[in-house]
Design a binder for this molecule. Structure first.
Ligand code: SF4
Length: 129
């Protein structure tokens, strides 16, 4: 039985039909370009996601009003630098929630390099001084 997917690689959003061949490989149709085949293989055989979350800030709340309007922010928004294997996302989130980030932090700053040897970093998505 075919699996149906919408390719999200580009705005055309091709509707893919994906069947499994006897050798375990996938037969993809409905794609308008080869990237749809790559997308279907990754999504069905090794799905990945960019993960966004928040990390604890050391010493919260921040003493003294800075006048920057950010005093109410208790956690730092973070994300992975690239898509991360979906089956590892719960452990990745646990690692993010265990973090305690010291300010100042600049947007794009690497907080955890090469998480668990994945080649994926955890980075800040906001500057907080
Ligand atoms: S198959 Fe190609 S053209 Fe279609 S949505 Fe994916 S990337 Fe875009």
């Amino acid at each position: 039985m075919d699996t149906e997917l919408v390719c999200i690689t580009c705005p055309l959003g091709c509707h893919l039909k994906v069947g499994r061949l006897d050798d375990g490989s996938l037969a993809v149709s409905g794609n308008r370009c080869p990237r749809g085949i790559r997308y279907a293989n990754e999504e069905l055989l090794a799905p990945k996601r960019v993960v966004s979350a928040t990390a604890r800030i050391a010493g919260q709340g921040r003493a003294g009003a800075s006048g920057d309007g950010l005093d109410a922010i208790a956690r730092l928004p973070v994300r992975t630098s690239a898509a991360y294997p979906k089956e590892g996302v719960p452990a990745l989130l646990a690692a993010i929630y265990a973090l305690e980030v010291r300010l100042p932090v600049r947007r794009g700053q690497v907080l955890v390099k090469d998480h668990e040897g994945s080649g994926v970093d955890i980075i800040a998505t906001r500057t907080l001084m």
